[in-house]
Ligand binder design. Structure first.
Ligand code: GLU
Length: 472
């Protein structure tokens, strides 16, 4: 049974890189009918916060990356880590080291000044026939892992290929501090072991930890999982992804008006491919996802492509669902969404034309709050030639059935009677109704508004233009 995990440290928000790691781990488990474990690595009490835990849970829920087991919190597993440390001390795979931080610093200084790489010198490491120093009275020891001194530790990384490190390069890692608290790498090892993780899929910032973790797992007699280290994600400009590039938190994408399915689809293609497929559902992704098609090189973020995908998913999304997503955005701006014009009708008219829910909200807003068309747009379209045509059209609006076909017929009839072209009427109507020059078909646009709103906007703005013209 395949068992994967996502093991974030709750020190900030769920960022895009973390979300991709979570997605890949989740999809791999789903693909193989396995188990996806969520583990919160909250042992860094200074940097971990409950808000960050919540941000991770919220982000995972928004993306729909459901876990099968957990969330497990490392802070709740302390007794277990301590028990394993005791076992290792008893088995001789770990030992007490009484070197004080000052002594360690002096040693490092000496090594550096002698041109050597600073490292622990093994003075408290038990060896056959070696006499250890006498523990200082009242000294609080740390616990160190007895790392092998010879040979290499190697693994076939499922993304990066074979990686080999000489054991002579590795120190005897501290696995418990003087106050008894276990260290980061040790907790990861115990958890991966006891949670039966078969595939560790994580960011390649952890490659350096892997040889140490493998050695400890071996000392525990644990099955060593397979490792897939994902390359990092670069920003649009090829630099390491950071706040500078805009949204890096997953929930920021929600705020910015992206649909979770678009973000998931986008992340799925970020460093993984299935032929030339760009658009796929999560069902397809879970059926296709494998570790063989992950690129070893860094993936570059491309905001344009995310926008393109979001536009695609907006087009196909159910309109009433979009209305429930747009409504709170309008309310947050202080816009009261009334029954008429219908938000669903507004969205139906516009969802093919936008890239984000926020753009949809921008457009919808003009239906609920009278726009203030720019003077230059009024001057451009409310020409002396267009005004009599517009006045004629407005005068006849009260008498027709309020539906697209009848409105369209009236528009045609008016422009024909005045011997003018369609845009002569359509453009001023667009500008007066919405403040914009580009809108969907003008008959459909008009039909979405209640009749009295159309009459008010066309009349009020027209009068304003006339008085403005007379002032000039
Ligand atoms: N907690 C680590 C992080 O957030 C991940 C550890 C792991 O995946 O092994 O970077």
């Amino acid at each position: 049974m395949i068992r994967t995990r996502f093991a974030p440290s709750p020190t900030g928000f769920l960022h895009i890189g973390g979300a991709r790691t979570a997605l890949f781990s989740w999809a791999y488990a789903r693909r193989h009918a396995g188990c996806f474990v969520l583990r919160i690595e909250d042992t860094d009490l200074v940097r971990s916060t409950p808000e960050a835990v919540q941000a991770i849970l919220d982000g995972m829920r928004w993306l729909g990356l459901s876990h099968d087991e957990g969330p497990f919190y490392q802070t709740q597993r302390m007794p277990r880590y301590r028990a394993v440390i005791e076992d290792m001390l008893a088995a001789g795979s770990a030992y007490h080291c009484y070197m004080t931080p000052d002594e360690l610093e002096r040693l490092r200084e000496e090594q550096r000044s002698g041109g050597l790489k600073p490292r622990y010198d093994g003075r408290w490491r038990p060896e056959p026939g070696k006499t250890l120093p006498t523990p200082p009275a009242g000294g609080q020891p740390v616990v160190r892992f007895r790392n092998p001194t010879t040979g290499v530790v190697a693994w076939d990384d499922l993304v990066k290929g074979r990686i080999e490190i000489a054991n002579s390069e590795l120190d005897d890692l501290v696995i418990a501090r003087a106050d008894g608290t276990p260290t980061y790498n040790f907790c990861v090892v115990v958890d991966d072991w006891e949670m039966g993780i078969t595939h560790v899929i994580r960011g390649d910032d952890h490659v350096n930890n892997t040889p140490r973790q493998i050695n400890i797992l071996r000392a525990l007699g644990a099955q060593v999982p397979l490792y897939a280290h994902l390359s990092m994600i670069l920003g649009d400009d090829g630099q390491k992804l950071s706040k500078r590039h805009g949204a890096v938190s997953v929930m920021q994408y929600d705020d910015d008006g992206y649909l979770p399915e678009a973000v998931l689809n986008y992340l799925g293609r970020l460093g993984w491919s299935h032929g030339d497929d760009e658009i796929f559902s999560m069902q397809q992704f879970c059926a296709w996802f494998d570790l063989d098609h992950i690129t070893a090189s860094a993936a570059q973020f491309n905001s344009e492509k995310l926008n393109w995908l979001n536009a695609h998913y907006l087009k196909r999304a159910d309109t009433s669902r979009l209305a429930t997503l747009v409504k709170p955005r309008l309310e947050a701006r202080g816009v009261t969404v009334t029954a008429a014009p219908s938000l669903v009708a507004i969205i139906d008219l516009h969802k093919e034309r936008v890239a984000t829910l926020n753009e949809l909200a921008d457009l919808a807003q003009t239906f609920y709050i009278d726009p203030q068309p720019k003077a230059e747009l009024l001057a451009k379209h409310l020409t002396p030639e267009a005004l009599p045509l517009l006045a004629d059209f407005v005068a006849r609006l009260p008498d027709i059935p309020w539906e697209v076909a009848a409105i369209g017929a009236l528009i045609k009839e008016c422009v024909t009677r005045h011997g003018l072209k369609m845009p002569r009427l359509a453009m001023p109507v667009r500008v007066l109704l919405t403040g914009l020059e580009q809108t969907p078909a003008v008959d459909a646009l008009i039909a979405v508004f209640p009749r009295e709103t159309v009459l008010r906007r066309l009349a009020v703005a027209r009068e304003a233009t006339l008085s403005q013209a007379s002032l000039l």
